[in-house]
Design a protein around this ligand. Structure first.
Ligand code: DC
Length: 227
């Protein structure tokens, strides 16, 4: 088979999806789409408007109405992988706030929110030349993707990675807190009834616990060139 033009990368929080997804897209000259950013933008929009996160109806209506754009970054930047525009405002960093972290899994469990986001993601997927990263890309969004990769790593290793990332961003957190958050997110993402986190039957599972980024990227690239 020739080179994969639609690539799905799924996996739990801090498994390296976004790092590998972006590097792989760059190498191949493809669009990189981090679908987690879309759920985060919906959560942020609800917080900004004072909508009760438990009010499924209102959050769903909001998800269908917001103007959301994920734009590639071309020039020098502040370390961002892409720019997220929500109703005309650059919210690239706001979607990473602790407030958003604590509610996004709830928002991502709502059926109509998922339908609205899945619709947008599929439209982008249909154009091809895309590396799409998330939890349900290989199972629900692009079940016909040319290549499906599922990245995994132990909870401790993922917490270490996330902890380092947070420290680099100047945030003060305790390691134990990060472990707890990751466990909680894993449980919410994999136990929900709609599009739960799981590898597609035909996904290539890569356990990155003892691998460095270059090794994972090499493996992903090898698979992309000969899926
Ligand atoms: O990858 P992330 O941490 O930015 O994801 C944020 C939340 O969105 C997380 O709770 C999982 C959820 N998500 C999802 O349900 N489906 C996706 N395709 C991507 C993310």
């Amino acid at each position: 088979m020739s080179k994969a033009t639609t690539i799905a990368i799924d996996g739990p929080a801090a498994s390296g999806k976004s790092t590998i997804g972006q590097l792989l897209a760059e190498k191949l000259g493809y669009l990189y789409l981090d679908t987690g950013a879309m759920y985060r933008a919906v959560a942020l929009a609800a917080l900004k408007r004072g909508i009760d996160i438990d009010d499924e109806e209102s959050v769903s209506r909001l998800a269908e109405a917001i103007d959301l754009e994920i734009l590639p970054v071309h020039s020098d930047s502040d370390g961002r992988q892409y720019t997220v525009m929500l109703d005309g405002e650059d919210v690239t960093w706001q979607i990473r706030s602790p407030e958003v972290n604590s509610v996004v899994s709830h928002v991502a469990a709502y059926r109509k929110v998922r339908e609205a986001m899945t619709r947008l993601q599929r439209a982008i997927g249909r154009r091809g030349k895309v590396v799409m990263v998330g939890r349900d890309i290989g199972t629900v969004v692009m079940p016909d993707a040319d290549l499906k990769i599922y990245l995994d790593a132990s909870v401790e290793e993922r917490a270490r990675r996330r902890y380092r990332e947070l420290l680099e961003r100047g945030e003060s957190v305790r390691f134990g807190e990060v472990v707890d958050q990751i466990r909680k997110r894993d449980s919410l993402d994999s136990r929900r009834s709609l599009a739960p986190l799981r590898p597609a039957d035909d996904a290539v599972i890569i356990d990155t616990t003892d691998m460095d980024i270059e090794d994972v990227l090499d493996r992903a690239l090898e698979l992309a060139l000969d899926p």
